[in-house]
Design a protein around this ligand. Structure first.
Ligand code: AMP
Ligand code: MG
Length: 282
């Protein structure tokens, strides 16, 4: 892929105008939502959506989430059953994605849904994302703004580390607040199915609907992230059986415990029925 110039946009009215102009011209603008930074393109423009997959190195069978300004806009693209409507009214704007039947003649590129008859939709909660989407006026397809298989970015610096030279612009508005991807639900089943846990805790949804959420059944094709052989692949070194932490490394097991920790641990594990885990990392 030939590198392109990546400009940084500021979270003000000029920045929003520039972002919208780039989207209208079929370009890629990364923008922050409350969950993580998203890699956005005009969802009705097939060439622009294809650029998302190319920039991320994302397999074409992994569908994208549509981001819209509000519920009214979302209803232009998807069919809402009564449960979907209740969920949207309770939790939008917010970190909840609903998988819904795509309306015929929605104008959404077929690349977005990877050939599925459904579409994943969400209304982000940050005022900046809401202003950008309202100014654009349509649906923006936006997966997390990382190279495929890597960790979702929560700052513009993370985004630049992975995607600089592959995207037209980054709207830099500091760290995202939730820092976790959206919770994905399929409201077509009764009760709705939790396709991916995320920023909106399942307990809160269950409280609202008054029933436990269903789990996804065994299907041949992945219908939510985390079902491929590799999903999150941190690039830090993994150290086993270490006795001291080291900056930039992941480590498991082997921590030498203080006598007090050992006693507390043994008390906790008196039943010996459950496997013993090391104490939390510092
Ligand atoms: P990302 O933003 O990179 O976490 O990707 C969004 C996730 O939403 C994808 O990994 C998809 O698995 C999921 N998704 C998008 N569209 C659909 C759909 N129509 N049905 C089920 N899951 C979907
Ligand atoms: Mg992702």
């Amino acid at each position: 892929m030939t590198p392109i110039e990546t400009q940084t946009l500021h979270p003000d009215s000029d920045g929003i105008t520039q972002a919208v102009a780039i989207w209208r011209a079929g370009g890629l603008v990364v923008f922050p939502t409350e969950t993580v930074y998203g890699l956005g393109a005009d969802a009705s423009n097939g060439a622009a959506v294809a650029r998302i997959f190319a920039a991320k190195g994302r397999p074409a069978f992994n569908p994208l989430i549509l981001h819209v300004a509000d519920l009214e806009s979302a209803r232009r693209y998807a069919e809402f059953n009564p449960m979907a409507l209740d969920l949207a009214q309770a939790f939008w704007p917010g970190p909840l994605t609903l998988v819904l039947p795509l309306k015929p003649n929605s104008g959404i590129s077929s690349l977005v849904g990877a050939g599925l008859p459904t579409v994943a939709l969400r209304v982000p909660a940050t005022p900046l994302a809401a202003q950008m989407l309202a100014a654009f006026g349509g649906a923006i397809a936006a997966p997390s703004a990382n190279l495929s298989g890597q960790i979702s970015p929560t700052t513009a610096a993370h985004v630049k580390g992975g995607l600089s030279g592959r995207i037209d612009a980054i709207m830099d508005a500091g760290a995202t607040t939730v820092g976790l991807e959206s919770t994905i639900l399929d409201p077509a089943t009764t009760p709705p199915t939790l396709l991916r846990p995320g920023g909106l805790p399942a307990e809160i949804i269950q409280q609202m609907i008054g029933a436990p959420l269903a789990s996804p059944g065994q299907t041949m094709a992945p219908n939510s992230p985390g079902q491929l052989a590799s999903h999150y692949a941190p690039t830090a070194h993994l150290r086993l059986n270490v006795t001291a932490p080291q900056a930039g490394a992941l480590w498991l097991g082997g921590l030498r415990r203080s006598r007090r920790q050992s006693l507390a641990h043994r008390r906790h594990d008196r039943s010996r029925r459950k496997p013993v885990f090391p104490p939390a990392q510092p």
